[in-house]
Design a protein around this ligand. Structure first.
Ligand SMILES: Nc1ncnc2c1ncn2[C@@H]1O[C@H](COP(=O)(O)OP(=O)(O)OP(=O)(O)O)[C@@H](O)[C@H]1O
Length: 968
């Protein structure tokens, strides 16, 4: 009881303290901030009176454009207000506004990818491909690899023109089949099964696992199989976001060149009327690539025909059943409907219903019945403050739903297929960045403005749509979080008020300060970076910053023509001079491959977690060779934290349906009041999210150590330089002396020589500066990290020497053993040992799946050893020899494995050390207050751990069974 009283007292004291801080802050808001807030509020209020009630939908509706200001914030971006609103069924088609950019990208002479819309163009391409294929067959092909079949032939593989037959007769070209990963083959088989059942399906593999390739392999199979009404593959439609339609073209041209693939978009190669193109492609059983906007535009012509297949890439675009696009797409006449998406459920369960309504109409009942009997109880039971009954009901209904949808959905995660694709490591962190003083001031000022007051006022007397008011207020706060100028510009009455010198300066934004530090370090470390932001205006500020700092970059947003996007992406991936790829999350974040970068910054969070996830997956996918680090930037204590919390809740909800119905949530519903506060850190320096997910916090334990070395390293470096100067003086003196030997006393020479022999000069190790790259004049490339030094030593012939040593010693041992008669007991104990070793190897093998070669070797030796044990039983004499051979082999492999493991560990340490180093710098500079491990926050880390554990357990069980078998 005493304890409770004490606790309450402390809470009261804390609350009072908090109130005091708040009041203090209120008083300390500057006049400038107050004035800016009032000007902006006035403009917003004026706008609200024009706004109709249905214009905005806070969660998932379509957001019509909100014209909040009379003057546009940036000369080349009309209004970016809608970019901060919850994403609805947004299109990333070209923006029709004139966009005058200063970037180098415009000046680039980019080679365009040409589709097969133009018949002559298509014929010419096929002719060229056939000539090249023939040359490859004859061994005369010298050009670039233009297609998968040519690659296959050039690689010296046989039977490229054969077909691989699946059960019930689908004939997939051999050269494609053989190049598919195992799980992709499963995917193709699954699509074939759906086809036979005339059922729709959702291919939901995680992003970057090659869904496109699986679809192409399947369609190639169909076009090779003489079945059905169309005698193979009939005319089909693939609907894709504008940015990736040309990626589809190049994928088709690479994997299955013979198929005609035409783009139904004004950027396409067809000339003349689009009706003619549709007719032409239809007759040649080709594939029509259409954007989501194109479906609306060409609906009359597309709806009037029967299609063999309709495939929606990034099919979550029809997640809102009420949009025109969703309604039209569902009307397309076809028996085969496929959805491809790495994020099948993003915000709510209604989205899942909408996708299934396209694929398998009726499977999830009517919309109303589904919402009432499934969506509502699952969502209600998902909150942390739900009753036990609500929780239990939600669990059972979620299980039932999962069972219904599972047959129609194929989803594999990267963790599940890691053994096949061998992706490098990924580290994903959420950085809580401190607001700059100016941002704080403006943020507090706006919280006191009439717009926010009207939102929080219970007896709202304004009478206009509250939702719209909330959204606009929230997006205004988000602008302040990004950069003060995004907000202040709105408040400027005259354009002259803007101070050109300070405009957009990085020091005025907490998050830009972090970006500045990150880019500096990463450039020196040789990393390449993707920066995503929601808003084009913010992109302009970032672009200006990149130009000022002379960083080479490429930029892609809605203003870039659709036909150029794929080339910009290609250029970035191929030309390593570009440090940064700058893009809006919605244009560059969907479907594209940007594996040229190994660092990702998500500058501002989207309401929809899938948007951010999609963006980060551009780098961490098949084809990536380097370890990837992702930073999600959040302004601590602000609305951005609340958005992130909303993301976590949505994650939780989709995990509950797609992965594990038992998922537990820790978040409660947030209040309106909560959205409009500037959270102060608690006594431990944590704001709300950081303290909620304390267990996922990343602590850089050596923070203080680094701090100290920060200053001392300067001294050390100076000391080192002094020594170097001394040594060089000495050397030059000696050289001079050696030139004039007659002047030197022979006794002195003898003394020096003796000294040199007794005390050879120590070679100074270069000082390793792990803390502040500023204190050294040397370029980062020449400063070798400790890990690199270790690696150099371990790499340089060390491995080979050691293996050789092991081999030599083993040769001696086995020669001795050959000559010695082994006793039966001895053999038995050796066999036991072999079994132990095998178990050890097998366990280790699965914890180091990255080492492909080792695994192959280990598999071989494992098999060897078992057959060894078998033969031991048969032949005693043979057994003795083989036993020693197998031991010899195992020992060698163990030695190799040890080295490899060590290397692997060093590599892993290097990643964490690289990231630790970056984090430490950010902590030291106080620009970052806290960092969380994102995967742990959204529960993925736990899932991954469970998966790995399950895999290991399975291996052990298998081994146990084998051991029993052989023991008899
Ligand atoms: N079997 C394969 N062999 C070689 N490359 C492959 C294979 N499968 C996929 N890839 C490559 O992996 C990359 C990712 O593939 P793809 O774009 O199809 O992934 P995705 O699952 O559609 O991703 P997203 O969901 O982001 O659109 C591409 O560059 C693709 O060429």
């Amino acid at each position: 009881m005493v304890d409770i009283n004490k606790y309450l007292e402390t809470q009261l004291a804390l609350a009072q303290q908090k109130r005091h801080i708040k009041n203090f802050k209120k008083e300390s808001v500057s006049l400038r901030s107050k004035t800016a807030a009032e000007i902006i509020s006035k403009k917003q209020n004026k706008h609200f009176s024009k706004c109709s009630k249905d214009e905005l939908n806070i969660e998932h509706g379509e957001c019509s454009q909100v014209e909040t200001s009379t003057k546009k914030p940036f000369k080349d971006v009309e209004s970016d207000e809608e970019e901060y609103l919850p994403s609805g069924d947004e299109s990333n088609d070209e923006v029709s506004i004139p966009y005058i950019s200063t970037t180098a990208r415009i000046k680039q002479n980019l080679k365009k990818i040409i589709d097969d819309g133009d018949r002559n163009q298509y014929d010419a391409r096929i002719k060229c491909w056939k000539v090249n294929q023939a040359a490859a067959c004859l061994g005369n092909y010298k050009g670039d690899i233009i297609s998968a079949d040519i690659k296959y032939i050039v690689d010296g593989k046989s039977e490229f023109d054969k077909k691989h037959e699946l059960q019930n007769g689908l004939y997939v070209p051999n050269y494609i089949w053989r190049q598919l990963y195992k799980y992709q083959k499963v995917g193709v088989k699954w699509l074939w099964e759906l086809h036979q059942l005339q059922s729709g399906g959702l291919l939901g593999d995680e992003m970057g696992l090659g869904k496109t390739v699986q679809i192409i392999a399947f369609l190639a199979g169909l076009s090779n199989t003489d079945i059905g009404k169309w005698n193979g593959l009939g005319p089909s439609i693939i609907v894709a976001p504008a940015t990736i339609i040309y990626q589809w073209v190049s994928h088709f041209h690479f994997w299955y060149p013979v198929l005609r693939i035409a783009v139904l978009h004004h950027s396409g190669s067809h000339v003349g009327n689009h009706n003619k193109l549709i007719r032409d492609v239809y007759q040649s059983h080709g594939i029509l690539l259409v954007t989501y906007a194109g479906i609306v535009k060409y609906s009359n012509e597309l709806l009037s025909r029967k299609w063999h297949y309709v495939i929606l890439d990034e099919g979550h675009k029809i997640r809102n059943p009420n949009t025109q696009v969703s309604k039209l797409i569902k009307k397309l006449d076809t028996p085969h409907r496929i959805i491809i998406t790495g994020s099948p459920m993003q915000n709510s369960l209604q989205e899942l219903w909408s996708l299934f309504d396209f694929m398998s109409p009726g499977l999830l009942g009517t919309y109303n019945a589904f919402m009432e009997h499934f969506a509502l109880p699952i969502t209600q039971g998902g909150y942390a403050n739900a009753t036990q009954l609500q929780e239990a009901t939600a669990l059972e209904i979620a299980k039932a739903l999962k069972n219904i949808i599972t047959p129609y959905m194929l989803r594999r995660t990267k963790t599940e297929v890691q053994d096949h694709i061998k992706l490098p490591e990924k580290n994903e962190q959420v950085l809580f960045c401190a607001l700059s003083q100016e941002q704080r001031d403006l943020y507090m000022g706006y919280l006191m403005s009439s717009t926010v007051r009207s939102v929080l006022d219970k007896d709202n007397k304004f009478g206009d749509p509250l939702r719209a008011r909330i959204l606009v207020a929230l997006s205004t706060l988000r602008k302040i979080c990004n950069h003060p100028d995004l907000y202040l510009y709105e408040a400027q009455e005259n354009i002259e008020d803007v101070n050109e010198d300070k405009f957009g300066h990085w020091k005025r934004s907490g998050k830009m300060t972090v970006v500045n530090s990150l880019l500096k370090i990463w450039q020196k470390q040789g990393h390449r970076v993707l920066i995503f932001s929601q808003s084009r205006a913010m992109l302009c500020i970032l672009e200006q910053y990149l130009q000022n700092q002379n960083y080479k970059y490429l930029k892609m947003d809605g203003s870039v023509s659709v036909s150029q996007r794929q080339n910009i992406i290609k250029n970035f991936n191929e030309i390593s001079e570009y440090l940064v790829f700058l893009s809006t999350t919605r244009v560059g974040g969907l479907g594209v491959n940007l594996t040229g970068a190994d660092r990702v910054i998500i500058y501002d969070p989207d309401w929809n977690p899938a948007t951010d996830n999609q963006a980060k997956e551009r780098a961490w996918r098949i084809g990536q060779q380097r370890n990837v680090t992702v930073y999600r930037l959040l302004s601590a204590g602000t609305i951005e934290e609340k958005i992130y919390q909303r993301q976590i809740f949505k994650h939780f909800l989709s995990n509950k349906i797609l992965i594990d119905p038992n998922q537990k949530n820790v978040l409660t519903t947030s209040t309106l009041q909560g959205l409009f506060t500037l959270e102060e850190p608690n006594s431990e320096g944590d704001t709300e999210t950081a303290s909620l997910f304390k267990h996922t916090k990343i602590s850089v334990t050596d923070k203080d150590k680094y701090k100290n070395t920060d200053s001392t390293s300067v001294l050390k470096l100076e000391e080192m330089r002094k020594k170097a100067r001394e040594i060089s003086r000495k050397i030059s003196k000696e050289t001079e002396n050696s030139k004039t030997p007659q002047l030197e006393d022979p006794r002195e020479r003898y003394k020096k020589k003796r000294e040199l022999i007794l005390n050879p000069p120590r070679i100074e190790e270069p000082e390793i500066n792990l803390v502040d790259d500023k204190v050294t004049n040397a370029s980062f490339d020449t400063v070798i990290s400790e890990i690199e030094i270790i690696e150099m030593h371990t790499k340089k012939n060390y491995e080979e020497n050691l293996i050789q040593k092991v081999l030599n010693s083993q040769e001696q041992v086995s020669a001795q053993e050959e000559s010695t008669e082994l006793q039966n007991d001895d053999i038995k104990s050796k066999n036991d040992k072999v079994l132990d070793i095998i178990e050890d190897i097998t366990t280790k093998k699965h914890t180091h799946s990255k080492e492909e070669n080792i695994n192959t070797n280990l598999n071989a030796i494992e098999e060897n050893c078992f057959s060894e044990l078998k033969s031991n039983k048969r032949n005693n004499r043979k057994r003795k020899r083989r036993d020693s051979e197998s031991k010899y082999e195992i020992d060698n492999l163990l030695a190799i494995k040890k080295i490899k493991n060590k290397k692997h560990k060093i590599n892993k340490d290097k990643i964490s050390n690289d990231d630790d180093y970056v984090l430490t710098k950010l902590f030291v500079k106080a620009s970052v207050k806290n960092a969380l491990q994102h995967d742990a926050v959204v529960g993925l880390a736990e899932k991954e751990k469970r998966h790995k554990m399950k895999e290991e357990a399975l291996v052990k069980a298998k081994l146990a069974v084998r051991a029993i078998k052989f023991s008899s």
